[in-house]
Every structure is written in structure tokens, then in C-alpha cells.
Design a protein around this ligand. Sequence first.
Ligand code: AMP
Length: 173
Amino acid sequence: MAELLAQSLIRDVPDFPLPGILFKDVTPVLSDAKALQEVVDLLAADAREKGAQAIVGIESRGFIFGVPVALALGVPFVMARKLGKLPYDRISEEYALEYGTNTVEMHSDALTTGQKAYIVDDLLATGGTAAAAVRLVERLGAEVVGFGCLIELSFLQGRENLLGYPITALIEI
Ligand code: AMP
């Protein structure tokens, strides 16, 4: 496949948010409508191929990429949010980040039993966040049919945390 338009737009920001972290800034991709459209189209094609009946976006950049994917498929969008942001009855899962720890939550009525869910985020690093989102989906009785992201930091071996789940990363670093 030809190189993605987004590839050359991702900006490396050293030592953010902590020393030693090379942050992958996707804001230039969002500024380029053609590059963003290409990313959304590819993730939507993958989610459609996996039979997704709902798209789960991980806060917050997973929302940006996940909502247009859900609209493209004509399926519900579900938010996996950081601790304390969701107003209604919810379930929680703790996870370890590349930097620090965090908790992700989902409304307890966000998915139905047996529903096929496709999870979207901007980047897969250690896989802790994605694995927590998988646990939330499965606790609601739904099925994870795939995880899609723009960037995978493959040297962090995040896939090890998601064994058995189909992972699509448009750009592997
Ligand atoms: P992880 O749980 O380690 O896979 O981390 C993935 C989450 O943290 C995603 O939501 C990313 O947006 C964010 N993240 C982790 N590492 C980076 C990085 N180097 N650059 C940008 N975002 C990152």
C-alpha cells in the first residue's frame, strides 16, 4: 500500500508529558482534511469488515477518530471515558499507561449482550488502555471484534496485552 498521507504529518514531541516520552502528536493530521479522511476511511473499512455493530472510542483522541467511523457504518458510538467523567451508572477498569496509571469507565447500558464492538484509539503503546477497554466491553456481555488505531509503537509490544484480539494499526513504528 502507498504511504498514508498521515504518516509524514505525525509530529514527534520529545519529553512530553514527562522526560523520556516521545509523544506522537496527531493534531497536524486533524488539520489536513484529506489525511484525516483517509484514516477514517481505512478504520471504517476494517470495522465494517469485522462486522462491528458499535464503535467504542477511548478518551479522548479515540473519540475524534471513532465518531466518524461510527457514522460511516451507521452504528452507535460508545465513550470509554477517564475516571469521574460519566454521569450515569457505570463500570470501571484500572490500567497502567506508558506514563502513570489511570481508570477508564463506560456506562453500564452502553452495549448490549452479544453486540459486536470495535474499539478505536489514536495510538497503541503498552496496550494497557486498550486491554482495559476490552475488559469493559466484555463485562457488559458484548464481543470485541477488533481494535483499530492510527499508530502502533510496536517496540512496546502492546499486542502482548491483547492476545487473541484482531489489531489494526495503520502506521507501525
Ligand atoms: P497504552 O495504554 O500504553 O497503550 O497507551 C495508549 C494511550 O496513551 C493512548 O490513548 C495514547 O493516546 C496515549 N499514549 C501513550 N503513549 C503515547 C505517545 N508516546 N504519544 C502519544 N500518545 C501516547
